[in-house]
Design a protein around this ligand. Structure first.
Ligand SMILES: [Zn+2]
Length: 121
């Protein structure tokens, strides 16, 4: 927002608001008057990181009440997300050893080929 535009709104009784998104116990959004040093999760009260998503003007009293826009990840997903290196390019799940159900068929085909004189004689 341009300063002149902002001042116009301020003259009309609006106040500037910074819309932020906090990710901790789910995703939360709020509007605050000014940036803070620490942001506490509205659910667990632990310090959390935020992202500024927009700046605007409002006549609502600030800060705006927190709104949960996304529910927290299920425990299993959170565990996966916290796993070190899971998104690294080199990361791969160790393949489980399992019987190759096509191998027997391949062997049978090869044997059949041999019987039908597939070999050079
Ligand atoms: Zn939290």
């Amino acid at each position: 927002m341009q300063w002149a535009e902002k001042l116009g709104f301020l003259a009309l009784g609006y106040q500037t608001v910074i819309f932020i998104e906090l990710i901790c116990c789910g995703v939360w959004r709020s509007g605050i008057a000014a940036e803070q040093d620490v942001y506490l999760c509205p659910q667990c009260s632990r310090p959390a990181k935020i992202a500024i998503i927009a700046e605007g003007v409002t006549k609502s009293p600030l800060p705006l009440p927190w709104q949960q826009v996304e529910k927290p990840f299920p425990a299993k997903i959170r565990q996966l997300l916290l796993m070190e290196g899971i998104f690294d390019a080199g990361y791969s799940v160790k393949p489980k050893r399992q019987p190759d159900r096509h191998r027997r068929k391949a062997r049978a085909v090869a044997a059949a080929d041999g019987r039908l004189g597939g070999g050079a004689t």
